[in-house]
Design a protein around this ligand. Sequence first.
Ligand code: FES
Length: 156
Amino acid sequence: MDGKSAVSLEVVLDRCRHGPGQQPNILQTLLAVQEALGHVPFNVVGEIARGLEVTEADVAGVLSYYPDLRTHLSGRHLIRICMGESCVANHCSRVLRELRDQLRVDVGETTPGNRFTLEKVYCVGNCAVSPTVIIDDELYGRMIPSQVASLLDQYR
Ligand code: FES
């Protein structure tokens, strides 16, 4: 880890430290670390555990449980396709197939040059206009496969 990341992690852990008699909030801390570093690398699990006074297994368990927590840096643009119930019912798998074809990567992978990372999520509260694709913080509803190429062009 470089010096800059170490300082950032230290600051984040300091901010997330629990007071006397309070329970440590592992999830909130991991989200804060991800916000600061862009991901939660496995090599900081020990430092987080020590900062929160919990075991490394506690931290690793939360880290592996929540799909929103990333252990690897994503590309410049993070594309998430919703695979929740409503999106599945509205054929998100066809949109996913088109995304894979256009990007030439599978879920969890990043395109060469680090432009796009493709991930799945499970319901982002946009069910009324599913299927949903999220690029960075922008939601796109009622996606159909034929819209995928022009949507990606906006981020190329
Ligand atoms: S199931 Fe996809 S937004 Fe709710």
